[in-house]
Write a protein that binds this ligand. Structure first.
Ligand SMILES: *Cc1c(COP(=O)(O)O)cnc(C)c1O
Length: 376
């Protein structure tokens, strides 16, 4: 096995800045003794994010999932209503819907970028539909224009799970400026992290107060509690990490782009492997590198390749598999027999290792392993 790696290559590796820079940033916390509750670092981070994400109204959270639940709650939607979403996503998307008392209705995906198929949304709309919650899967934007058209036609809200799309822009417009709200995750495994963290961007400035209340026990003033809510505030240590990492995010994305270009060039030569292409006018963040394996042409199934690559010390991920509708907690509860593309992709997709500090030579070696069908 000449192509076997000496040490394991994982599917991702969290970005960490030089430790001295983080140290310098958190020394400020010792000077102020302000650890959480919208402190100076939180406020500075928010301002810098406003600028970087090119979005108007932002709110910062302890993590992305809490932000997503609060996005739903902030809109005062009709209780128990239906929210149209995708089965090809991370558990968090659907859990946010069900946890806040709404019913997920699953829409099939398209085959170019595996996002919710905007042409199949309308047929799922009923008198109980209150919102659409698409996901910009793997960092590739959904058909935001078409989705907005449908939402306007039926007076529906649009909440984007933009967990994968930190820094992505369409025509210079921040991806968070589409829809009513968007949620970015700043979790350790994402392109940009604040250890854990989440950001909501929203169009309507009058939501500001409600969102602030919903992440801080519904407290509006010292003697005034107006909402029943939990605690989802971002603390100063997270903000400190975010501030330092923000200095490196452009470089991180640039490094990922080079690796993705090399992956694409090498893998396109292999029959039975499909890669995702960039979208015109989009500034991508190269969050993930998914491939689709057509076993009839490649000669191996996704599961076989996934297993075999472990012998070479390469740990890929079946992402997203299983589909949400196949999770034990959801199986059989919602209509799922129309999810043809989602099933096809879920059974054939896997993501390859991708992070800024991955060596280009390692990417080429991974491609050789795949090209040789794990035979050398
Ligand atoms: C990471 C992720 C989330 C949740 O974000 P956290 O910050 O980990 O809570 C939600 N949706 C998708 C698609 C994600 O990948």
């Amino acid at each position: 096995m000449e192509n076997k790696f000496k040490s394991p290559i994982m599917v991702t590796k969290s970005f960490l800045p030089p430790i001295e820079e983080y140290h310098k940033q958190i020394e400020k916390i010792w000077r102020t003794s302000w650890l959480t509750n919208m402190g100076p670092l939180h406020n500075e981070f928010k301002e810098k994010l406003n600028d970087y994400l090119k979005c108007e109204n932002l709110s910062l959270f302890i993590n992305g999932h809490q932000a997503l639940e609060i996005a739903i709650k902030s809109l005062n939607l009709k209780k128990g209503g239906e929210i149209i979403t995708t089965p090809f996503t991370f558990a968090s998307t659907t859990h946010a819907i069900t946890n806040t008392g709404f019913k997920p209705v699953f829409c099939d995906i398209e085959m170019d970028h595996y996002n919710m198929d905007a042409n199949k949304i309308e047929e799922l709309i009923t008198e109980n539909t209150v919102a659409i919650m698409p996901v910009h899967v793997f960092g590739n934007p959904c058909d935001v224009e078409k989705i907005q058209e449908i939402a306007d036609k039926y007076s529906l809200k649009v909440i984007y799970d933009a967990a994968h799309t930190f820094g992505v822009k369409i025509d210079e417009k921040g991806i968070g400026s589409f829809g009513d709200l968007s949620m970015f995750s700043l979790h350790a495994t994402k392109v940009f992290n604040s250890i854990e963290g989440g950001v909501l961007s929203f169009r309507d400035p009058s939501l500001k107060r409600k969102i602030l209340n919903l992440k801080n026990f519904g407290i509006e003033g010292p003697e005034s509690v107006v909402d029943i809510a939990g605690n989802a505030k971002m603390n100063e240590f997270q903000a400190a990490m975010g501030l330092v990492n923000l200095r490196y995010v452009d470089e991180e994305i640039k490094k990922r782009k080079l690796l993705v270009e090399n992956y694409r060039r090498e893998l396109l030569k292999i029959e039975g492997i499909k890669v995702i292409e960039d979208i015109e006018k989009v500034k991508h963040n190269y969050a993930y590198f998914p491939i689709l394996i057509d076993e009839s042409k490649f000669g191996m199934t996704r599961d076989e390749l996934h297993e075999k690559m472990k012998e070479y010390n390469v740990f890929t991920r079946k992402y997203f598999y299983p589909l949400i509708t196949d999770f034990q907690c959801y199986k059989g509860k919602y209509k799922d027999d129309h999810l043809i593309n989602a099933n096809y992709v879920g059974d054939r997709v896997m993501t390859l290792p991708l992070y800024g500090n991955l060596d280009l030579e390692d990417v080429l070696q991974i491609c050789r392993i795949i090209k040789n069908k794990c035979q050398s």
